[in-house]
Design a protein around this ligand. Structure first.
Ligand code: SF4
Ligand code: MG
Length: 274
């Protein structure tokens, strides 16, 4: 049996997450993916911002940084530039990654820096009280949208691809073996990789959608029943895809990586003296 305790700061458990929260599922998926890489734990730096998902680095036995709201990618960029040997991973909620951290997100994609970002996308600000986030489904109720949310949500995959990320995938916290595979491939990809993980927060989101979910299990069933593999989705109309979660690896590309470009610039300017 897989020994998770070798990767955890066991003295920090139990974790703070609610029963039925998707974060624990993604944590275990991340640990299995890291184990598959064979990387030394001491070579990994796991960085987070603020929010429920951002508590994750406290529980794992890597080098960890719990930083400021929305700024995980900025700190992670500094870490990677300071010591390119580090394997840098960022875990971030949808509000943290795409609202407060939205500019860091697009510019990390554009630079193609060799960092992996896992977006814990439960479509809500969990820890801060259930405010709507950039991925809250249109029409859903939230603490800041008591009559239903009127803004369309970001498509994280399209945003990442459009901004220049070179590995982009989407999975769910229900389809766990698939998620392990996507996270593993993101980790070993050279360049900026994004895995959008659709998951559930019943505490601040699901319980406000009485017509959709009666409990947190219903939210998992919703993922099970609405996920569509990319190959199937390509044969479906936009109307049929409304409300579906398209999963798969959407984009893989090879282009210059930011840290290597920086080092080559320094070498060129200094004549290799540095
Ligand atoms: Fe998870 Fe939501 Fe609870 Fe936060 S509030 S731990 S996101 S279920
Ligand atoms: Mg969230």
């Amino acid at each position: 049996m897989f020994d998770y305790s070798a990767y955890l700061r066991n003295e920090k458990l139990p974790h703070i997450w609610c029963a039925g929260c998707g974060h624990g599922i993604v944590l275990k998926s991340l640990i299995r993916a890291v184990a598959k890489t064979g990387w030394d734990k001491n070579d990994i730096v796991l960085v987070s911002g603020i929010g429920c998902a951002s508590r994750l680095p406290g529980y794992v036995d890597f080098n960890t940084l719990h930083t400021a709201h929305g700024r995980a990618l900025a700190f992670a960029t500094g870490v990677k530039l300071a010591n390119p040997k580090f394997r840098v991973i960022v875990v971030s909620g949808d509000g943290d990654a795409l609202a407060i951290g939205g500019n860091h997100f697009i510019h990390a994609c554009r630079r193609n820096i060799d960092i992996s970002l896992i977006v814990f996308n439960n479509g809500i600000y969990g820890m801060t009280g259930g405010q709507y986030s950039p991925t809250t489904p249109e029409g859903d109720k939230a603490a800041t949208a008591p009559y239903g949310h009127i803004e369309p949500e970001f498509d994280v995959v399209s945003l990442a691809k459009g901004a220049g990320a070179t590995f982009v995938a989407r999975g769910t916290s229900y389809h766990v073996p698939q998620l392990d595979d996507y996270i593993y491939k993101a980790l070993v990809h050279k360049g900026f990789s994004v895995v959008d993980v659709i998951e559930a927060c019943y505490t601040t989101h699901g319980r406000k959608q009485k017509a959709k979910y009666k409990d947190n299990l219903d939210m998992l069933k919703w993922q099970r029943d609405n996920a569509v593999p990319l190959a199937t989705a390509q044969g479906m109309s936009p109307e049929d895809l409304k409300g579906k979660i398209v999963t798969g690896i959407f984009h893989e590309a090879d282009r210059p990586e930011f840290v290597e470009s920086c080092l080559s610039l320094v070498s060129r300017v200094t004549g290799g003296a540095r």
